[in-house]
Design a binder for this molecule. Structure first.
Ligand SMILES: O=P(O)(O)O[C@H]1O[C@H](CO)[C@@H](O[C@H]2O[C@H](CO)[C@@H](O)[C@H](O)[C@H]2O)[C@H](O)[C@H]1O
Length: 697
């Protein structure tokens, strides 16, 4: 139902009830009575709203075109029947759409809505006592009990009369109610009068037009941002453009990247992500393996942004020109890939901003610039801009304009480097500015120094967040972490991106696991999370480390590498399998549809993903021990299919495509990591269409 706020109520502020519904203030009484009258009328409590982030301080997140569940505790202090409605509208518009909510149990009300556009919406609630519904229920009981209902029928008639005069009745409702009232006049028998007054047709018009007695409003208007789907569901592949020539002696170009697009597409990724592509500084340039002295010909870290060739709005000359970049963007689009670039705010000492805007940087007493740090890491080749000084607001505007500049060149996804070292207020403002013009833009926050900071960054607007997945290896750790992410309040505003590895993180687990560990981490990343990513080299199980560190030896951060992704033992099949599973199975596209089940072995993690209607139900077993075979009895969640513990259930092995039947709730799994450390099953619900097999294998 669309409610025109102006028509329904001339009263301000927005949620003061219409004047004719407020308790009457006796003429000549003091003004304080206004407040008391409002308080007295607000008879229905609305609380415990979900989603509501920090009391409404931040918008929740959802996906445009997908169902959003909204809930609240709504109750009055009498036995009167309540009507509760969600009210929602695109932010910046006047009229509310009203949607009735359903009473679940224990005064919890719920409804689902679909927000169709990629934009910000507002929502709130209202509720009222439905005197007609209460009357209808009670009079029917009294009549059945053989009691005299003459007075009740008169009360019912008066309820219709009031409705015909109410603000809520449209012209058709008024006509219908008047017609009923006229018909009532000629009916004499109580039974006939009751049949008419209590009919479904009258109930329907009264649900629209009935007086909203004790109309109570939630005291806040909340916000929810409807993102495009990629914000919640995407598979990222990270590579360094300069390493794509196939020859470590030749700097790669955007054209070399174009030649790699079919490979990335065939693996099934959606997002191709590049570390910074801007000119790289000379001063303090880093050499191979993070050495502080670069040798002749060393290419330096791309995170040291800025040189005589330009800063954040320039392209490193050896990669190509803007024309080449546009060609790459167009080619990526043709392959169904979106390009994400890095937004790393720091500058090399050679960045043009240092001369043009010295006030944006921190100068030491001796006139030198302080290099950046992220303890214990030191970044001797970069300096940070300073958000605490005269840089405001010029720096803020300049940074926003850099993002807008790249949007102008077709970029829609930004991975933001080190956001946790910049003010939250800056991100909230900057993302808001960008989003008000380009709601489709996606920002991935790389900051994961502390969990609460990560969450705050998500609250202030980042669409995706790096996560601690990379360091959660044990069954208990994974279960706890995933339960937090998918069940707790953060699920309404934070969407983790599960990277298996990054140029900065060569996980200790993978350094010792060999190929089975890579396969296990791949399946976990790709199926536990909505967003996941790999950094190239993962597919050939690259794990050679700087001794004792999580850093890659001969890291691409400091030198050009040449890769052969077709090396024997590569994981291209497994990656393609995971990405096809993700695309073909709706259950994997909802991050929160996760449940852990019992498998009695701590080395085997066992979980399921399913759609609410059970039409898609996948089960996963992953062996966390990369060195030896493991077995476990496990429970098939027959109860979720409404089946008894001994029932047979049809299953499809998603790796082999084989169909068979599990008889009963307890089954056994044996996983040999050297054959395949994971198993994926599709449970075929008795209600689901049997021939629904998909071309995953
Ligand atoms: O500090 P984080 O762990 O968030 O890592 C990110 O930011 C780093 C600084 O930008 C970046 O580090 C790389 O670039 C630096 C500047 O050129 C260089 O000094 C470091 O040695 C190099 O690792 C890191 O890659 C990025 O993910």
């Amino acid at each position: 139902m669309l409610v025109d706020e102006k028509k329904a109520s001339a009263a301000k502020p927005l949620f003061r009830r219409p004047a004719n519904l407020r308790p009457r203030k006796p003429q000549g009484q003091p003004r304080e009575l206004d407040a008391l009258c409002d308080l007295a009328a607000n008879r229905i409590a609305i609380e415990g709203v979900s989603p509501e982030i920090d009391g409404g301080r931040f918008p929740a997140k959802c996906v445009a075109g997908e169902q959003v569940l909204i809930e609240a505790d709504i109750f009055g202090n009498a036995h009167d029947r309540i009507v509760a409605c969600l009210r929602y509208r695109p932010a910046g518009t006047e009229s509310w759409t009203e949607q009735p909510m359903i009473l679940l149990e224990n005064d919890r009300w719920s409804t689902t809505i679909v927000l169709g556009e990629n934009r910000l919406y507002q929502f709130t609630f209202c509720a009222w006592h439905d005197l007609y519904a209460t009357w209808r229920e009670e009079v029917a009981k009294k009549h059945t009990a053989g009691r005299n209902i003459a007075l009740e029928l008169e009360e019912g008639r008066r309820l219709l009369q009031s409705a015909a005069r109410s603000d809520w009745a449209g012209p058709d409702d008024v006509a219908e109610l008047e017609q009923v009232l006229a018909s009532l006049e000629i009916l004499r028998a109580d039974t006939q009068r009751l049949a008419l007054l209590g009919s479904d047709a009258v109930a329907a018009v009264m649900s629209r037009a009935g007086v909203r007695t004790n109309l109570s409003y939630y005291h806040k208007v909340l916000e929810i941002f409807a993102d495009r789907k990629t914000a919640a569901f995407s598979a990222w592949y990270e590579l360094f453009p300069r390493s794509q020539s196939g020859d470590p002696a030749r700097h790669g170009t955007f054209d070399d990247v174009i030649a790699r697009l079919p490979y990335v597409r065939d693996l099934g990724f959606d997002v191709l992500y590049f570390p910074p592509i801007h000119p790289i500084g000379e001063t303090n340039r880093k050499g191979r393996n993070n050495s502080l002295k670069a040798e002749l010909g060393d290419v330096g870290s791309p995170y040291a942004i800025g040189s005589e060739h330009g800063g954040h709005d320039a392209i490193h000359p050896e990669l190509g020109s803007f024309e080449d970049f546009h060609r790459l963007m167009a080619a990526a689009r043709r392959h169904g890939l979106e390009v994400a670039i890095d937004f790393a705010i720091q500058c090399s000492p050679d960045h043009p901003w240092i001369k043009a805007h010295p006030e944006w940087f921190d100068w030491r007493p001796d006139g030198s610039l302080e290099f950046a740090e992220s303890p214990p890491k030191k970044y001797e080749d970069i300096v940070n801009v300073n958000f605490h000084s005269d840089a405001f607001p010029g720096l803020w505007h300049a940074l926003r304009d850099i993002v807008l500049f790249w949007i102008g060149h077709g970029v829609k996804i930004f991975r933001v480097d080190n956001p946790h070292t910049k003010p939250f207020a800056f991100w909230e403002w900057m993302i808001g500015e960008v989003r008000s013009r380009h709601p489709e833009i996606i920002f991935l926050a790389e900051g994961f120094t502390r969990p609460k900071i990560t969450k705050r960054l998500a609250k202030v607007g980042f669409n995706q967040s790096y996560s601690y997945f990379t360091w959660r290896n044990l069954k208990r750790e994974l279960e706890e972490y995933l339960t937090e992410l998918t069940q707790e309040e953060c699920r309404h505003y934070m969407r983790p991106n599960f990277f298996t590895n990054t140029p900065d993180i060569n996980p200790i687990y993978l350094q010792h696991s060999g190929r089975p560990g890579f396969q296990a981490r791949l399946i976990l990343a790709g199926t536990l999370g909505g967003n996941y990513g790999i950094y190239n080299g993962f597919e050939i199980c690259e794990a050679e480390a700087v001794p004792g560190k999580e850093e890659y030896l001969n890291s691409e951060k400091y030198q050009i590498r040449a890769w052969n992704m077709d090396e024997p033992g590569n994981l291209q099949w497994d990656i393609g399998f995971v990405n096809r599973l993700r695309r073909n199975h709706k259950s994997l596209q909802d991050f929160t549809s996760l449940a852990f089940y019992n498998a009695w072995n701590d080395n085997i993690i066992y979980y399921g993903k399913r759609t609410a209607d059970l039409s898609d139900f996948l089960l996963f077993h992953v062996c966390l021990d990369p060195h030896s075979a493991q077995g476990a009895d496990f429970e098939v969640p027959l109860w979720e299919l409404g089946l008894t513990d001994d029932a047979p259930v049809e299953v499809e092995d998603m790796v082999t495509g084989r169909h068979f039947t599990w008889h009963g709730k307890i089954q056994h799994i044996h996983l040999d990591p050297f054959y395949k450390p994971y198993a994926v099953w599709r449970l075929i619900s008795p209600g689901a269409h049997a021939g629904q097999s998909r071309p995953d294998a």
